[in-house]
Design a protein around this ligand. Sequence first.
Ligand code: PLP
Length: 406
Amino acid sequence: MVRLNENYLKLPGSYLFSTIGKKVAAYSAEHPDVKVIRLGIGDVTQPLVPAIISALHEAVEEMGHAETFHGYAPDLGYAFLRETIAEKDYQARGCEIGADEIFVSDGAKSDCGNIQEIFPADARIAVCDPVYPVYVDSNVMAGRTGEYDEKTQTWSNVIYMPCTAENGFVPQLPEETPDLIYLCVPNNPTGTALTRDQLAVWVNYANSVGAVILYDAAYEAYIAQEDVPHSIYEIPGARTCAIEFRSFSKNAGFTGVRLGFTVVPKDLKRGGASAHSLWARRHGTKFNGAPYIVQKAAMAVYSEEGKAQLKDQVAYYMRNAKVIYDGLKEAGYEVYGGVNAPYIWLKVPEGMTSWDFFDYLLSEAHVVGTPGSGFGPSGEGYFRLTAFGNYENTVEAIGRIRALKK
Ligand code: PLP
């Protein structure tokens, strides 16, 4: 009898957000008149900007005529978009990245989850802790685990790099040498970022030990501070050790439209094989191209009109971030993030776990956030709020949390 991939059985039974969903549904069923405000899930709420809507309309119209109809897209992405990305996101910032090193996809989640396929089954991974759960889960599915320790909630083959208030949320170089290093900057969930100098330490380290950095820059558009790089390729040496993931979800509201891309430099080689060739082969075999309509819409992200509209949209969310950050700080909480990212990370009151605080906020302030322990063992004792809500609800939610302290 065939067996199924039992590595899947090693995954935590219930995904973080489904547990939250169930708790909120149960609470709302018991308290139907209470307005619950959700500052939990990292989905955007503002509509697509007009420049993107009109690009979508034009592309839809083209699809209705034989002369301008488009079937399968090139599996690596249309040249018009790859060239624009290379020029505007990279060359304009002084990064040496060519259009043929850009791989357009349906979003960063797929790419972050799939990238492990081009590395060996016994590759050792290092992850920041806490972190976006996809990195560990996709490696667990592929069997790169070892034993699970219930007490520490860690896998023996995974190197966890704690990022806490004590080390300023900056991962320290690990004692054991990893093969793959996942870095998410600006970070989900802590909302913190790495400076150029801090990132250079990792690039030098990866080159010196032969490791590969998998750099998730999904929140790049929210970077506000000068010394935080927008791409890992701003760091000398990154072309030989780093793969970068980008997404249109949070900079352009594409969470429901779906588009992202991955950069694999041709200089990234290990043991005689080229990561670029392997990823091109993998992408071409398993992905049939992002829709023409969506790639045309992405072009509007780079137009003058689109850029101005999206700058306002990012500013809208970052105004929420400030409301949350300042409000919680004034209420006496220890608060982090919220400057280069739409996430605010706060320390829960002494004596409470992350889930205790979740229950407390839901029942007392009717506000939903995300318990830090859902992002890794070092997330215990912390809590994430997101700036992706609408402004009025965000102000109301923070007002309610502040009122609890009085
Ligand atoms: N990477 C990080 C760190 C994220 O937080 C998210 C979405 O929440 C993604 C990737 C997924 O992005 P996409 O919508 O492009 O799949």
